[in-house]
Ligand binder design. Structure first.
Ligand code: ATP
Length: 443
């Protein structure tokens, strides 16, 4: 392959191979990960295809997708068993037979020897490749990947086809290395992508505020995605400007989006909400505790999912019953009797109780009705009260709010946990009580 003569990678197709995928036994997360990563680099995915473990279907899919895009990324079907047929399918699409790759065979043998095992002839199949293709080292697993060129009659002439293992832990590092080594950005075309994390704002509201900034013919192009009550603005420049000028264009659009979105932008580098919330507390030497009811530990789990969270997050109370809200968080039983367990007052008391009993500077509390049962006319399923208590010296401030979260049990819980973190992040970053938030019910 002569890289200089090969087509630029502006578009890609992603092919997932596996009977378990087409039979609905497993969710194809590789396509999602790959196309999102490609888009970060300015390569648009034009199609996701999924097929079962069949040599003929693999050949047909590679041939078809290679005509569509100059880059085809395939995952799965590289293992040693009889149903792993990606190698054969690629060889047929190129029109070559399989040969044994001596360094890959040696590498496989060494991997087996290291584990005290001998390699069977079936395992040795994994070192085969189409004659003109390359084997790609797999540092996290056994099956090597493959990189070949398929001439399939598309306007781009030929396509690079990368075959990578199915397990995400093997696929992801191999893909990152290929990007560095083999991804060819178009000559004279600069691509820059920036992500902004937005808390407490709905997609429709954000789009309305952005107005013309979201025009489809704009460059930089602005897009928006919502996930678990958190929004991400994606700003992508693609055009002839040199990189420094493209960066300046991106900055101008980012500034305009920030002006339009107000204090809701909590990161202009696309950092996840929980990272931003913890970093904001850390930089002010503050500490966090949680008191959870309907989320059952989800909030604590999200927070502790961030590496290094222990210097900010001290722990929490799981108070599902009214009795434990009283016994552990010190919520007055009369308050629960008067207002109900899901109420502004109880959420506020849970947060204040956690703050004083756990000795942190900040405490988040969540109490709600995740459903499907338990709703009433005045407090339907999805009613969630969230409070943030914070101590500044002798002063304790409690911000309690009630929300109506849409969706089923899991969605309500996921939204509730992220909304609590959003409330905390917005308060800490902007040094003022946040305005009305997404799903908040204004009394
Ligand atoms: P191996 O050497 O592990 O057999 P392989 O390339 O043959 O690698 P498969 O056998 O097709 O891969 O898949 C192995 C595992 O990888 C699957 O059981 C699944 O856990 C995961 N996997 C495969 N494809 C996908 C996908 N599209 N999305 C998410 N996970 C996947």
């Amino acid at each position: 392959m002569n890289p200089a003569a090969a087509p630029a990678h502006t578009r890609a197709a992603v092919l997932s191979i596996g009977d378990e995928l087409v039979r609905g036994q497993m969710l194809d997360t590789n396509s999602k990960w790959l196309s999102s990563r490609l888009l970060d680099l300015g390569v648009e995915t034009v199609e996701h295809a999924t097929i079962g473990d069949s040599r003929e279907a693999t050949t047909a899919a590679i041939t078809r997708l290679a005509a569509l895009a100059p880059l085809v990324v395939i995952t799965g079907g590289l293992g040693p068993t009889a149903d792993d047929l990606t190698r054969e399918g690629l060889a047929d699409a190129i029109g070559e037979s399989l040969v044994v790759d001596a360094p890959a065979l040696e590498d496989l043998r060494a991997k087996f020897a290291k584990r005290g095992r001998t390699m069977s002839p079936m395992q040795a199949r994994q070192a085969e490749r189409p004659a003109s293709a390359r084997c790609l080292t797999n540092p996290s697993g056994t099956a090597p990947g493959l990189a070949g060129v398929v001439r399939a009659g598309g306007p781009h002439g030929a396509s690079d086809v990368w075959c990578l293992p199915g397990p995400p832990k093997e696929l992801e590092p191999m893909f990152e290395r290929l990007l560095a080594e083999d991804l060819r950005p178009p000559r004279g075309l600069t691509t820059r992508v920036r992500l902004l994390t937005v808390a407490g704002l709905g997609e429709g509201d954000a789009a309305k505020r952005a107005g013309e900034l979201m025009a489809r013919d704009r460059n930089p192009l602005v897009g928006i995605t919502a996930s678990n009550a958190v929004l991400t603005w994606r700003v992508m420049y693609r055009g002839p400007l040199p990189p420094a000028e493209a960066d300046a264009e991106i900055e101008r659009t980012v500034a305009a989006l920030k002006a339009a979105t107000g204090p809701h932008v909590i990161s202009d580098r696309g950092e996840p909400l929980e990272h931003v919330a913890l970093a904001a507390l850390r930089s002010a030497s503050r500490t966090l505790a949680v008191v959870e009811s309907c989320t059952g530990g989800l909030l604590g789990s999200i927070v502790t999912g961030v590496a290094g969270s222990s210097d900010v997050f001290l722990g929490g109370l799981l108070t599902y019953s009214n009795e434990l809200k009283t016994a552990l968080a010190g919520v007055d039983a009369a308050l629960i009797a008067r207002h109900g367990a899901v109420s502004l007052d109880v959420a506020g008391a849970m947060a204040a109780g956690g703050l004083s009993r756990l000795g942190t500077s900040d405490c988040l509390a969540i109490t709600g009705i995740a459903g499907p049962g338990g709703g009433t006319e005045s407090k339907p399923v999805g009613t969630v009260s969230i409070a943030h208590a914070r101590r500044d010296g002798e002063r304790v401030e409690v911000d309690a709010r009630t929300f109506w979260m849409p969706g089923g049990r899991e969605q309500v819980r996921a939204y509730a946990a992220r909304t609590a973190l959003g409330l905390l992040a917005l308060r800490q970053i902007n040094s003022e009580r946040p305005g009305p938030m997404l799903f908040e019910s204004v009394r």
